[in-house]
Structure formats: C-alpha cells, structure tokens
Design a protein around this ligand. Structure first.
Ligand SMILES: [Zn+2]
Length: 650
C-alpha cells in the first residue's frame, strides 16, 4: 500500500498514553529507551552530580596557524614520523557525555569540571537527534562525547518569539543552548531547537576501540549518532592550513556557531604513545578563532525610530575588533533590557557578535565603573517629530504614535524595499529619504506610481538609472506573498513569522480579515503577534494601503507562486496540525526550496498531506479524496534526504 500512512498521530498518541499508563502502574517495566521517555514531564528541583567514568578532556590551545604547525612538528618529533591528522570544526555549544548500557541510553551529563558534571538525562532525551538505542552492534558500555548546540536560525527564532512575548533575550546561541539544556522542566527543553554532534569516546567496555579517529567517527555514524560532515582527514599537515583558513571564512555562513578547529592525531596507537600532560592530550590541539566577544567602552546610547514607531536604543561604541570585524555600534533591544542589564553610558561593556547578526551589548563590567555613570532613560518626546512618546504597560517598547512621523515613514520604506521584503535593488536609504523629502512618495504604495520624470527630478538620477529603478520596482511585484507580508512592517512580523502567517492564511483576503482568535490558532503565533496583526489590519489607513498594493499588482497569495526547480518539483504538499520538530512555516520554507508547491487548502491537487498533532478537517477530507497522508518523521526524512523516498512495497 503505497499511499497509506504508517501510523496516524491520533493512533500514536493513544498508544503512547496507554504505554505511559502501563509504565506508571508497573515502573519495573519501564525501559530507559521507552518512547514515553521522550515526552519528559518530570520536574526536578536540582540536577544530580554525575561522575564521568573517564574524565572529559581539555585541550591545549593554538591561536595562529603557526602555533598549530609548531604543535605538529613537536608531535612528529616525538613519534619519529609525520602522522595523519583529523580536523574537526569546534562547535560552540555545550560539551556533554552520553552513557549507553548495552546499547540503551541511560545517562547524559554536562562536562562540568571534566571529572564530574550535571546529570541532564531527561532533557537530553528530548533531543530528536539523540538515539535512545545504539543502532547496531552496541558495546556493553560506552561513553559518547559530543556537543549540544543551537543553530543560529533557531536561536534567532527563539529570540523573536521571546521578544514578542516580552521575555528576556538570550545573548548568543551558546548561552541559549546551555540555558535550554539546563532546564528543570524537560518539556521546556523539548520546545527548544537543540541539536547534537558527537566526536569522541570516553569509557568503552566489551568492544575494542576503533584504531583511528576516522574509524571512531564511522563507528559513531553506524550507531546512529550525528557526526559533523565538515570533518576532514589530512595525510599529514599539508593542506591543514588552507582548511583552517576555509573554516575561518565559512564561520560567518555556517548555520551554527563554531569557535575553532580541533586537530587530532588520527592514529590511536600514536595517541597512546604521545599520552597526556595533566589532563591535556599531547595528540590533540584546539585552534581557537578570534572570539566573537570583546570588551570596549560604551560612548553613548542613541535612539532610532523604527518603522512601527518603536524607539530603538542602540549603543555607540569605541570601535573594537570582534571576531575579525570592527564594531562601532550594537543593538540594545529596548529600555527594559538596558535597565535589566543595568547598562549605562560610559560603561565598559562586553560586546558579542553572532554570525551575520547585528552585534549586541551583553552586559556592563560593573567593577570598572567610576561612579559617575548615570542610568539611561528614553526621551519623553519623539526625536523626529516631537510627539509625546507612548508606553504600553504590557510591553517593553515605547512608541511614537504619530503615523505621519517622518522617521517612521522613512524606516517603513527602507524595510519595504529591503532584501527580505520587496527586494527593490537600487532604492537605497538616501534615495528613499530624497523621495520622501520632495513629496514624490508618501507611503510604500506610491513607489508603484513613480514615473521616470519623477525620478529624474532627483539629483544624480539620469534616464538610465531611472529606467533601471523602475524595472526593479516592477520586478518586485513577483516577490512571493510571504515577502509582501514581511514588507508591510507589521510589529512582531519578521521573515520567520511572515512564513507562519502565509502558511495559515495563503491569500490577502483571508489574512486581512483574520480575527485575533483565528490568528491565535496558528502554531507559533503568540498572543502579542495575533493582536498586533489584527490591530494593523483593523486600521482603515492600512486597509486602504492594501487595496492600493493589490491594484498595483503585487503578489497577494501563495497560490500559483512559481515553484523553484528542485528535487521535489511537481509535487504539492499541504501541512496540517502541529509539528514537533520544526515550525510549519519552516517546514514549508524548506519544501519550497526543494521545488515543492504548498497548496492553499485540501483539494485533489494535493499529493501529500503531512499531518502533525491535532489535525483538523483536512485529514478527513484527504481520506475522502484518497490523498497520501504522511507523518512528521516521513517529512523529516524527505527534508533530510531531499527526495521522496517511497518504499517499493509497504
Ligand atoms: Zn515621531
């Protein structure tokens, strides 16, 4: 049966409930790798200490490729030969040790001091990537070492959600990974996008140790453990320096943060021969990248008016090198955050940069204060238009309420034409300001009425560049609906949240009439975002703007959006219900990237209905139509393998 689901979610839930009941009645039957153990639910008041069977290593550091080369020459001298090495990106997360007893995952602990860590087993069990059983040929006992981390996208999405909920933000992916793993309630950990890479063994009983680090990584893969695919083998040090450079370049673009490269002598016999100095192995070294954090002085706090009218304080810093880039400004989020962290103008502060994100001020160094530093407060009046600033009790933000505020209009245009929005190339912020100043445009819809004559009134705009600009404006009409929704600049609706919205409301008619209650049914849409979206569309001026954008010919629906060429081209998906592992928006974005179409609703055009928890009427309709119904595990496999891997029979 090619088209039948393996198991419906409702059925799975019922089975799981039955299993939990059984296990509660007969605790002696509960096995540590039972599916019920993924669900969490136990709340502990403190973490138990866990003594590692074999201590977790600490590595010597090298800060230049020259120091790595010197280490290699030392090793070669001691061995009397030039050994092959393995180079592994050093993931900036939390080191952990996983103990498997006869193949069953029994304990997971943090590194701690290397000898003793914290037992975070229930939390680690919620990681989908962590196999609860080793797949093949398990030893009697093994400690597997790895790193739990949070991908940058997951970190940003988490912070976007926390900002919308008025919760304090995480400073960087590493902190959010550590904070998420060390939760007293495992169900909180389960909701966090934590990932895992494994790369080493501690204690091992009942099986011989793989003879090389490469064989060890293969063994981990065979057991079903996630292993980083950027790891490279080198027959000797030649080529390693180029690899270090490559990793430094790629660092900014990887989906997770790395803070260096670990180099290990590949051969186990050679490792034993080289031995340790204290707890540091002679056979390995960590090449550390320039840190993404630095200390500098906060010269002053300035305020910028955002497109929604929000007052956005930012830090003007004494320029400082952070992760190889000079930083002179950093975001400060909002006034509450400044007060919570007690950041004051004149402070020495720690600045952090994460990937391509705007640098952030993490915290002040209070010990360095002279005593003259005064707490910061926002101005009472808008620095652009002088209107009295409004503060909402329930929100961390302060606003300029004037919809005609020049600063707001300017930011709205800039946001609208930005890459994540309508992507109108050539319409930079200076040009936007000039258009507004001369009254050639008043809002974003006016962009679509501009003529060559209008543009040529501006200094430095000749016929050719006017034509190019008009063409770019025209092309923006083909931007997908998701980008249009993002470009509107609704508070709390960034790129990620726009995806969630268009997945649930695939055309503008549905979206513009959605009530707060409608919006709240969408997984991932919190109360604040639901209210903000409904409020935005309730504004008659915004409804009129939408009418003008429709008339201008912008894409106002996901239907018929040109599919990308890709392995899933020609297939149409529909997702319903709540997914565990990734948001529906994110899943749909990945499917679109692979060339699939996302249907606006259930119809015969749908090839696959992917069903999450609590599916609605779509499942019933799919069953009537005989549409293929699939579960989240299947979807995950499709996204991972990038193809529809159908069994020949089933
Ligand atoms: Zn203003």
């Amino acid at each position: 049966m090619l088209d039948s689901p393996t198991i419906a979610d409702a059925e799975f839930d019922a089975l799981l409930r039955r299993l939990i009941e059984l296990e509660q009645a007969h605790p002696e039957l509960q096995s540590p790798d039972s599916p019920s153990q993924r669900v969490g639910g136990q709340v502990s008041s403190t973490f138990r200490a866990h003594r590692h069977l074999e201590p977790m290593l600490s590595l010597g550091n090298a800060f230049t490729p020259g120091e790595v080369a010197a280490w290699y020459e030392r090793v070669a001298g001691l061995l009397g030969r030039r050994p092959p090495v393995m180079a592994e990106p050093k993931i900036d997360g939390l080191a952990i040790s996983l103990t498997y007893d006869h193949g069953s995952f029994v304990t997971g602990a943090t590194r701690g001091n290397g000898v003793e860590g914290e037992d975070v087993t229930p939390n680690l069990r919620t990681l989908h990537e962590l196999p609860l059983r080793l797949r093949t040929d398990p030893p009697d006992l093994v400690e597997i070492r790895g790193e739990v981390y949070m991908p940058i996208a997951g970190f940003e999405q988490l912070n976007e959600r926390r900002a919308a909920d008025g919760q304090p933000l995480f400073a960087n992916p590493r902190n959010s990974a550590a904070g998420s793993l060390r939760q007293l309630d495992p169900s909180v950990t389960k909701g966090r996008p934590l990932r895992l890479f494994t790369y080493a063994l501690g204690a091992l009983e009942g099986q011989s140790r793989p003879p090389t680090q490469s064989a060890l990584l293969d063994q981990l893969r065979t057991w079903g453990q996630p292993v980083n695919d950027l790891i490279r083998a080198f027959p000797e040090i030649t080529g390693l320096e180029a690899f270090l450079e490559e990793m430094l370049d790629r660092r900014e673009h990887l989906p997770y943060e790395i803070d260096g490269v670990v180099i290990k002598v590949d051969d186990l016999a050679a490792q034993m021969e080289l031995g340790f100095v204290g707890r540091e192995p002679r056979w390995a070294i960590a090449f550390k990248f320039a840190p993404m954090q630095a200390t500098t002085r906060l010269r002053e706090i300035r305020v910028n008016i955002g497109r929604t009218g929000s007052l956005n304080p930012y830090a003007v810093l004494e320029p400082v090198r952070v992760g190889g880039v000079t930083v002179s400004q950093a975001t400060l989020h909002n006034e509450q955050d400044i007060h919570r962290k007690d950041i004051r103008p004149g402070d020495r502060v720690i600045v952090h940069r994460a990937g391509d994100v705007i640098p952030q001020v993490v915290k002040p160094i209070v010990e360095d204060r002279t005593g003259d530093e005064q707490p910061f407060s926002l101005p009472d009046h808008c620095p652009s238009c002088g209107t009295l600033i409004v503060r909402r009790e329930d929100e961390a933000m302060a606003y300029c309420p004037n919809p005609n505020c020049p600063a707001r209009r300017y930011e709205q245009i800039n946001h609208f034409v930005s890459q994540a929005g309508m992507d109108i190339r050539g319409l930079g912020s200076r040009l936007a300001a000039a258009l507004l100043d001369r009254g050639l445009i008043h809002d974003v819809a006016d962009l679509y009425r501009l003529t060559a004559g209008d543009l040529m009134q501006l200094p430095n705009i000749k016929e050719k560049s006017a034509e190019n600009l008009l063409r770019a404006i025209d092309r923006s009409k083909e931007r997908p609906f998701r980008s249009v929704v993002n470009a509107l600049g609704i508070r709390f609706v960034g790129d990620q949240n726009a995806e969630l919205l268009v997945a649930a409301f695939p055309d503008i008619e549905r979206l513009r009439h959605a009530t707060v209650a409608d919006l709240r049914t969408v997984h991932g849409v919190g109360d604040r975002m639901a209210e903000s979206v409904a409020e935005w569309f309730a504004e008659p001026r915004n409804q009129a703007l939408i009418d003008r954008l429709i008339a201008a010919g912008l894409t106002m629906s996901t239907v018929g959006e040109t599919p990308v060429d890709g392995p899933l081209a020609g297939t149409t998906f529909l997702l319903t219900g709540r997914l565990d592992d990734l948001s529906r928006g994110e899943a749909e974005r990945q499917l679109l990237q692979l060339g699939a179409r996302i249907a606006p609703g259930m119809s015969r055009a749908v090839d696959y209905l992917v069903v999450g928890a609590d599916p609605g009427s779509k499942l019933k309709r799919a069953q009537e139509l005989g549409t293929a119904v699939r579960d989240e595990a299947w979807l995950r496999r499709v996204l991972e393998t990038r193809r529809l891997d159908e069994p020949a029979t089933g």
